[in-house]
Design a protein around this ligand. Structure first.
Ligand code: SIN
Ligand code: MN
Length: 348
């Protein structure tokens, strides 16, 4: 089914902010505040299972490949009937394996980007670049598998608690008391509802500094903007200084919200890793329709700027078990969003 076409976005709205240097934080007025979804029950927003060594892995490590684990050992009995039965069973299992989501994803990722085609069903239906709304562009399979793997490794490193008391990846507590179902770690600037600070303490001035924004992500952001808009000059100008790394387990979601705590009109760059998700891209006026639903898969790039910079968007659903475990994430979805804060360096 074709997703609905949304009507054109209205003029982008520039949020207003108040700065509180004493607290080393920058506040957005509630009118422009981001309103992420709250887990229905904070008890369900628990941390994802930790790998064998909790000190070395916060994100889930790779499980045994379910595709290969499904294949039984081949019997060696020479009896013809037995061989026929085994052969039949193998055919059935191989067919089932080919349709297993993780296998299908692997075929698609490998064949679609790096070879001239393959046998996977998905490879027959390449997902095309699409401008969802003016300035909002979806580029499927933008990240190569090896880049996805190294980004997952980076995310795992950023997610660990640090020696200076950095809490690592965690669910954000909302002003109303609810806990977000998504878990987050920030780079460059720490996002809290609803503003940014240079410390990870929600702005009381006593916490450890936020992790540094790495050059690698700035470079990736520049390439993303250049490719999304076919405009190398726009790419070269792009200078993100915020990254939010979000982890979604099978039950996590993010309600429709606007990335409204920045002071810059520069685009938001979004990179997806791991499980597929349903991504909803709405209008700039409110959380209602019109919106466009699209599937974001591992390696996909989504950029929204220009007339779509202040559009509402969210993640209503994750599709558990669709990730290719070879990128190093056993389950769940990671999203990296890059943003330009437009905040004064002196606030740091
Ligand atoms: C976000 O809007 O901050 C995250 C979106 C996503 O996970 O794709
Ligand atoms: Mn957002």
């Amino acid at each position: 089914m074709q997703p609905r076409q949304r009507r054109h976005a209205t003029q982008p709205r520039q949020p207003r902010h108040a700065i509180s240097p004493a607290l080393n934080r920058v506040n957005a007025l509630p009118a422009t505040a981001t309103l992420p979804a709250v887990a229905a029950d904070p008890a369900t927003a628990t941390l994802p299972a930790v790998a064998a060594d909790p000190a070395t892995a916060t994100l889930p490590a790779v499980a045994a490949d379910p595709a290969t684990a499904m294949l039984p050992a081949v019997a060696t009995d020479p009896a013809t009937a037995r061989l026929a039965a085994v052969a039949t069973l193998l055919v059935v299992l191989v067919t089932l394996t080919a349709w297993h989501p993780a296998t299908a994803r692997r075929v698609r990722v490998t064949d679609h980007r790096e070879t001239t085609g393959g046998n996977g069903v998905d490879a027959l239906i390449p997902r095309e670049r699409r401008e969802v709304a003016p300035g909002a562009v979806h580029l499927p399979d933008w990240l190569r598998p090896d880049t996805q793997r190294s980004l997952v490794a980076d995310c795992r490193r950023w997610s660990r608690p640090g020696v200076n008391g950095e809490p690592g990846m965690r669910s954000t507590r909302l002003p109303g008391g609810g806990l977000m179902s998504v878990r987050t770690v920030c780079l460059g600037w720490h996002w809290y509802p609803y503003g940014y600070s240079r410390t990870v303490d929600r702005g009381d001035g006593s916490g450890p500094p936020v992790l540094a924004f790495p050059d690698r992500l700035a470079e990736l952001g520049r390439r993303a903007v250049a490719d999304a808009y076919g405009d190398p000059a726009a790419g070269a100008r792009y200078s993100p200084d915020i990254a939010l790394i979000n982890y979604y387990d099978a039950d996590a979601r993010m309600g429709l919200h606007r990335d409204g705590d920045e002071r810059s009109d520069e685009p938001v760059v979004s990179l997806s890793l791991g499980d597929d998700c349903l991504f909803r891209f709405g209008n700039t006026d409110n959380r209602g329709r019109p919106w466009t639903d699209l599937e974001l898969c591992s390696g996909d790039l989504f950029v929204f700027g220009g007339a779509s910079r202040w559009a509402f968007h969210g993640v209503p659903r994750i599709r558990p078990g669709t990730a290719d475990p070879s990128i190093g994430l056993a389950r769940g979805r990671l999203n990296i969003t890059l943003r330009v804060s437009g905040l004064p360096v002196s606030a740091s």
